[in-house]
Design a protein around this ligand. Structure first.
Ligand code: HEM
Length: 457
């Protein structure tokens, strides 16, 4: 069943030269990184040769630190990123800025700390165990779409941890809303034009709001039910958000803010983890030696039982496999554009006020100056001895600085438990004759899914 063909999808070295603008316009690549030449993976700051003021991609770790952390106030999110995130997520963490963002982040932070995440682990393990039973019941040789499988398990985990229910209707609505976000984030050239661009974008945002309306309404209904009887409500994220208080002003979140946070967490928290796991399976299927090492660790530590939060520390190789998969296939391949408030220089490259500045995990994680043989799948790069001396800002699947992913701990716990629970029983194999192609937008996905056969071990 396995069909390794070289080079693997998404693992080819970058092209020497960027395709011409004409060819990009006539045949826009589904994987936008095909438009970036080798130079982008070698320079500290890359700008397209013909349109140097269109965008700057910052990859030097010290410069990334400057944009994302040290001088973060001078590099706010680009106003057009703010517009689209606000249209999608309203008052949710991804949608707000300034003081409102700070307050929401303060209120939410305790629910994503290590202890809170560990308390959610049994729900994650239960979902993973259920998926293992589903796979065990599949007829021999049955094909599955691994991307859909991983989305299914992560949607179940996010809806169980947030609402203590399967919320099947919500998962469908969440899926539709996420597609709208992906489409809304696609920037066409007309969007950037002075007047007409504003009109085009306004229409797009109105459409995005309509796409979110049913999802929002369903979550509002759920919040209403909870509020009527908070005393006997389950101690899940929804109940905790309704009861949450700000440590500084003592106030809570309004019903609309709770709704927008729930929608945001639902959206930000499922496709990303699903994507990380999908590409992990893809890489393992092509790397039998690394897969065997993973199996050996799982057999030694778990011996056939389901993993718990306490096992995670004893599964370092499992973690490194996920880290390495997210290096090569970062679920969020490009972080939302930032922009300097005033003209400046980054690594000696002039950048205009208002110009788009991108920090791209995809490019940084494959940068020639930062990684040895960047296209090689090598989980042991993340061994402490081999990580020593690597700049912190050379690896940032979860972003960096104050807006770093609030769900990073949740995501790593979930990905580790799901991979451990499933990989100790199954060896998913790729289906021959199904070329894998990447779509890189807000997240990275295999176009048309990832056909695999789940073989028992
Ligand atoms: C492998 C999984 C995940 C990846 C790769 C990922 C990646 C990211 C990245 C790169 C950002 C920063 C965006 C920016 O700076 O513009 C971010 C922000 C965020 N993520 Fe995640 N994420 C993942 C899982 C999750 C989960 C599980 C949740 C919640 C349950 C979550 C909730 C959020 C939220 C709310 C933000 C906005 C934070 C803020 O602006 O303060 N993410 N994520």
């Amino acid at each position: 069943m396995t069909a390794p063909s070289q080079p693997l999808a998404g693992l080819a070295p970058p092209p020497e030269r960027a395709p011409s603008i004409l060819s990009l316009l006539l045949h826009p690549p589904s994987n936008m990184f095909q438009a970036f030449p080798r130079d982008a993976y070698e320079q500290p700051v890359f700008r397209p040769r013909r349109f140097p003021h269109l965008l700057a991609v910052v990859s030097d770790p010290d410069a990334v630190r400057r944009v994302m952390l040290d001088e973060v106030a001078d590099f706010p999110r680009h106003p057009q990123s703010d517009e689209i995130f606000s249209a999608c997520f309203g008052e949710g963490l991804l949608g707000v800025t300034g003081e409102t963002w700070r307050r929401h982040r303060r209120i939410l932070a305790p629910y994503f700390g290590p202890r809170s995440v560990a308390a959610l682990a049994p729900v994650m393990t239960e979902a993973a165990g259920l998926w293992a039973e589903r796979w065990a019941a599949l007829p021999r040789g049955a094909k599955v779409d691994m991307a859909a499988e991983m989305k299914g398990v992560s949607l179940k985990i996010v809806s169980d941890t947030m609402f203590s229910s399967d919320a099947a209707e919500l998962t469908e609505l969440a899926d539709g809303a996420l597609s709208a976000t992906q489409d809304g984030l696609k920037l066409g050239l007309p969007d950037a034009l002075p007047l007409i661009g504003t009109l085009i974008r306004r229409r797009k945002y109105a459409w995005v709001r309509r796409e979110f309306a049913r999802f929002n309404a369903a979550v509002t209904g759920m919040i209403g039910e909870r509020e009527r009887d908070l005393t006997s409500a389950p101690p899940d994220l929804l109940t905790r958000l309704i009861a949450a208080r700000d440590s500084e002003d003592g106030g809570g979140l309004t019903a609309q803010e709770v709704r927008d946070e729930v929608v945001t967490l639902f959206e930000a928290g499922h496709e990303t983890v699903a994507t990380a796991l999908t590409w992990t399976w893809y890489l393992l299927a092509h790397h039998p030696a690394e897969e065997a090492r993973l199996h050996a660790e799982l057999d030694a530590v778990l011996g056939g039982r389901l993993p718990t939060a306490d096992d995670v520390a004893a599964l370092p190789y499992t973690r490194m496999v996920i880290e390495e998969a997210m290096r090569l296939f970062p679920p969020v391949p490009t972080i939302a554009a930032r922009t300097p408030r005033t003209a400046c220089e980054i690594c000696g490259v002039p950048v205009r006020a208002g110009q788009r500045v991108f920090v791209s995990p995809w490019i940084i994680h494959r940068h020639r100056r930062l990684w040895d043989q960047p296209e090689r799948f090598d989980p042991e790069r993340f061994l402490p001895a081999r990580s020593a001396g690597r700049p912190r800002f050379a690896y940032l699947p979860f972003g960096a600085g104050p807006r770093v992913c609030i769900g990073a701990g949740f995501a790593m716990m979930e990905a580790t438990l799901v991979l451990a629970a499933l990989a100790q029983r199954f060896r998913p194999r790729l289906v021959a004759g199904r070329p894998v192609r990447l779509r890189a937008q807000l997240t990275l996905a295999p176009i048309g899914g990832l056909a695999m056969v789940v073989e028992p071990r």
